[in-house]
Ligand binder design. Structure first.
Ligand code: GLU
Length: 323
């Protein structure tokens, strides 16, 4: 039995880009008669807005993307909300600690920013960490500890990770491309990489379909699967939906939140039709129900190129009568 999931972070309203991922992962699981799980990824309490969980669930139901396990549905692998699963993450960390795969890191944000060749700034997980604190002696650790609470890093091995992506094709990452990434922040918060890996494994997820912005996270997660001795799921990374400025679709591209579209009276079938068109599953954006797309769905039908949503398309999408 295949098992897939949609794992939204309730830090903002769902937009068309998120809906595209939800639709494709739902179609993958429904076309394989599998179990679809909804998991709320709210470990980042500073960014999370609990009141949005209800809106996300309403959006999904409106689109016809039902879940078999998750909030409100229940299921044998709950709780399905990350903030209620902290003990599992702690137990997983202890396992890694026993294997001597963890070390404390005292580097400050400012120090990390100074690291030469930090190309992407410190977005989410940050650039590849050069391993400065990996080399500290116990005495050095103890003296640093007096001034600063450490974050915890996973000691990445110099391995080459490769896998066959269900949409993007064969992927190969050079050794150490994951760096020694953070598994627990200095303020006690577990990292996305740790939580997502522990949860996907604990919930028996066999198929992960998500946005290609998370492709670079995959070697880090594969390294964790390996360290835990778990077998990884099949991964498929769908191309992103872009705004006319070439950037990932987001709130700045007009009020394209699903809740906004829903409340303005646009039929869900129109949204699904556009998402299917954008994903390469239909030649034209004609209204369709999600359930009508199940038969004949296959990952290799998904377009591999990012799709740019022009303002003209947005007008058609949000217009009253025509598509
Ligand atoms: N929670 C993540 C997000 O909303 C998705 C995680 C995943 O699919 O691995 O971007």
């Amino acid at each position: 039995m295949i098992r897939g999931r949609f794992a939204p972070t309730p830090s903002g309203m769902m937009h068309l880009g998120n809906a595209k991922i939800a639709l494709l992962s739902w179609l993958q699981i429904r076309s394989g008669n599998g179990v679809y799980v909804l998991r709320i990824e709210d470990i980042d309490i500073q960014r999370s807005r609990p009141e949005l969980v209800q809106t996300i669930m309403e959006d999904l139901r409106w689109l016809g993307l039902n879940w078999d396990e998750g909030p409100e549905a229940g299921g044998p692998f709950g709780p399905y909300t990350q903030s209620e699963r902290l003990e599992l993450y702690e137990a997983a960390l202890q396992q890694l600690d026993r294997q001597e795969r963890l070390y404390p890191c005292y580097c400050s944000r400012a120090e990390l920013l100074q690291i030469a060749g930090a190309p992407h700034g410190l977005a989410s997980e940050g650039p590849v960490y050069p391993g400065t604190c990996r080399r500290l002696t116990r005495e050095e650790q103890a003296s640093r500890e007096q001034h600063k609470a450490p974050s915890t890093r996973f000691a990445f091995r110099d391995e080459r990770y490769d896998f066959e992506d269900g949409i993007a094709g064969y992927q190969q990452f050079p050794p150490a491309s994951g760096g020694d990434f953070i598994v627990k922040r200095a303020d006690g918060m577990f990292s996305y990489q740790l939580a997502v890996t522990v949860d996907d494994a604990a919930m028996g997820i066999t198929h992960v379909l998500r946005g290609s912005d998370l492709l670079d996270s995959t070697p880090r997660q594969l390294a964790l699967y390996e360290a835990f001795g778990w077998s990884p799921p099949e991964f498929a990374h769908a191309p992103l939906l872009l705004g006319e400025d070439g950037r990932r679709l987001a709130k700045r591209h007009g009020d394209l939140s699903l809740a906004g579209l829903r409340r303005s009276g646009i039929p869900a079938e129109r949204i699904i039709g556009w998402l299917a068109f954008i994903s390469g599953l239909m030649d034209r954006p004609e209204p369709v129900k999600a359930s009508e797309l199940i038969s004949g769905f296959a990952l290799d039908r998904i377009a591999r190129q990012p799709f740019t949503l022009t303002s003209e398309m947005i007008e058609r999408l949000t217009a009253d009568k025509h598509y």
